[in-house]
Design a binder for this molecule. Structure first.
Ligand code: AMP
Ligand code: MG
Length: 337
């Protein structure tokens, strides 16, 4: 299949492809999404095929206003109203009981559906010109999510109908996912909207254990995506927990030809291996923005082992930790000097 590369002003062509049952990669403020008509099970099935995504991992449906979100669910409780009012359009996904029009391919057989109203103007326009769009991240399943059109081309050229090149994604990590379908609001995936921000508007929320821990044997994932190895470059990622001094000392003493470091600005002076900078240590928004490009960059350097400095879990740090610990297959080494 030939993949068209479109500019944002060629969005009409993309909308037509979607209306005809095709699949298109679109920019969003989080990461690039691979979109199809969310109400057409056959169109949605192509997304799973192109990504190599397991069919039991449900998709997020993207809408262009709150009214459209309400057409996809059986109920829209008070907490959903408050969250939508405060954080939409933006990087927050809300899980609710699904309406019958949602095909099984989207919900992977669950009785719920994940809904998000993105803020990126290209994504919003594409939805307005077509329909609600089911869209997971536009990468091959398991690899780091794409935050530029170039990343999408690297993974998807020849596998999908078109890619809209809307430049770099602002946030750089996927949306925060909260479920309102259980007894208490529960955070299933941390993202650009932090747990602290959610608590400020709806009070106490639970944090799913799978956010920071591996699933135990036989345990069922509340969010099926959490059970798969994820976000991983080809290189072996190892997280080092400790001070900058200890991190630098450990990396330098484990240096061979195929080692690289994923580090903070402040650490570059001390490292004697090739490094990729995430941002300043206290600038977690910047680190989130750079994370997936950095993981892809590690492979470009030909690294076999990547030592990443373990982020703290405050604010957006929890989203970075959640991604990087999966990239590392939950391997953490405590380091000290
Ligand atoms: P991605 O599409 O790559 O951003 O991943 C979407 C994430 O949302 C995955 O971890 C899914 O398992 C999760 N998700 C989507 N729909 C649901 C749902 N109905 N219930 C629980 N988790 C969901
Ligand atoms: Mg994904």
């Amino acid at each position: 299949m030939k993949t068209l590369i479109l500019k944002p002003d060629e969005i009409d062509q993309a909308a037509e492809i979607i209306r005809n049952g095709g699949i298109v990669a679109m920019p969003t403020e989080t990461v690039y999404g691979l979109a199809a008509n969310a109400l057409d099970g056959k169109a949605v099935a192509q997304i799973f095929k192109a990504k190599g995504r397991p069919m039991d991992n449900p998709l997020i449906v993207h809408v262009s206003d709150i009214a459209q979100a309400k057409t996809l669910v059986r109920s829209f409780p008070k907490e959903a109203e408050i969250l939508a009012e405060k954080f939409w359009p933006g990087p927050l996904t809300i899980i609710l009981p699904k309406a019958d029009i949602i095909p099984d391919e989207v919900s992977a057989g669950l009785d719920t559906v994940a809904v998000r109203f993105p803020s990126d103007p290209v994504a919003r326009k594409l939805i307005s010109l077509s329909c609600p769009l089911a869209a997971p991240s536009a990468n091959l399943s398991g690899s780091p999510s794409p935050t530029s059109a170039k990343h999408v081309i690297d993974d998807m050229d020849g596998r999908i109908d078109a890619i809209i090149d809307g430049g770099e994604c602002k946030v750089g990590v996927e949306s925060t996912v909260i479920t309102l379908a259980g007894e208490k609001p529960r955070l299933l995936r941390p993202g650009g909207i932090t747990a602290e921000q959610l608590r400020e508007v709806i009070g106490e929320i639970e944090i799913d254990d799978a956010v920071v821990n591996p699933l135990k044997d036989g345990e069922k994932a509340a969010s099926p995506g959490m059970k798969y190895k994820h976000y991983a470059p080809k290189a072996n990622v190892i997280l080092l927990r400790g001070t900058s001094e200890a991190y630098i000392a450990y990396v330098n003493s484990h240096n061979d030809d195929k080692t690289a470091a994923l580090c903070y600005d402040e650490e570059t002076g001390g490292l004697n291996v090739p490094y990729i900078v995430l941002g300043a240590e206290n600038d977690m928004e910047m680190q989130a923005h750079n994370l997936f490009t950095a993981l892809r960059q590690a492979d470009k350097l030909g690294a076999e082992t990547v030592y990443a400095h373990c982020p703290n879990r405050e604010g957006v740090g929890l989203a970075i930790y959640n991604r990087i610990i999966r990239a590392a297959g939950f391997t953490i080494i405590q380091v000290s000097v």
